[in-house]
Ligand binder design. Sequence first.
Ligand SMILES: Cc1ncc(COP(=O)(O)O)c(C=O)c1O
Length: 405
Amino acid sequence: MTALPLSVATFPPESAPAVAPDALLGLYRRPSVELVRGSGVRVFDADDRAYLDFTSGIGVNALGYGDGGIAHAMRDAAACGLLHTSNLYHTRPAAQLAAELARLSSLDRVFFCNSGAEANEGAFKFARRWAREVGGAAKHEILSVRGAFHGRLFATLAATDRPQYRAPFRPLAGGVSVVERDLETLEHVLDGEGVAALVIEVVQGEGGVRVLDAGFLREVRALTRARKVALICDEIQCGLGRTGWMFAYQRAAIVPDLVTLAKPLAGGLPMGAVLLTSEIAGAIRSGDHGTTFGGGPFVASVALHVLERLGDPGMLAHVTETGEWLGEQLAALATRSRRVRAVRGIGFMWGIDVMHPASETVARALEAGLLICSAGDFTVRLLPPLVATRTELAEGLAILEAALQ
Ligand SMILES: Cc1ncc(COP(=O)(O)O)c(C=O)c1O
């Protein structure tokens, strides 16, 4: 299902005059390439030059580009005329999507929002609300761990372990802190009466693609449960099939109290979600939180389609098997190259520690027709679309190897 059944296949249309991007706020160091269309695992620039995309729009485009199923889902969802209704009224797509997410995750209730950071901010509020109800007014602290990335809003930034992102914006939200990522520290800090929640990424993405050990995760689950601390799994980057599991925590056979999702959920449309146990949900009162757009019928209809595709056992098996092969290829590449220190990852999520700044490899790969990104200053990150074949991955790896030299 890769044909794009849309009449305009480039954006903006080719007849539109070129515009310099000067009016955009300069938050990103973008290369001069302008992307105008995509197909499968490739995007094309204004000169019709193709780039293999191993970033997936930073973990979003799990089904690649120009996917026929997504286009159909969008067309059908638009045809009924209800793009948005607000959350003052029921709509069927949101209810169906929530039921499906609850079934797949083993959690009970769902709150929809519009991005990853928003999902985490919501989860922090829900966890704090519950913790105060079960443990008293002092139980409020949200903990994250070394290497974490949870977003760029005030509370999520406070939970993000990147001093250079945080420093210019202090004071950040209070009652949120980062602790060491080891059991001894966690045992100690979780003993504190004031702790409401611990938030972790089962695979730390921005923090260098670190796959947390399944045994460690099980211990963390036991500790948080024993101390009545809510365990929040941030699955915004590692969730929804990227590790070969629908949810990365399923690899460790644990069930968290809250799960946050975003990136691939609605196939490139903005959508986030917080999944909760009924116990946590029981502490939330009407009016405690809200959003104008979250879970609208259009975006939820598209997400229902995406979820069906990502949850397909064939898709998950493809990611698991091809991911193992990808790991072997990267390990061999690391042995051949004198510029690679280490390779880490799982499924379609890999980090390669390099000797020189990762940005140099990223720039050389772009020149050679491959989009990759970094995860920290010395780690190159690969997040290919989950539909990529071995042939496409091998093509990208050959470009990557040349770019590393
Ligand atoms: C693990 C994780 N959490 C949260 C976020 C923030 O998501 P968003 O950029 O949609 O706010 C990201 C984004 O990269 C992420 O990787």
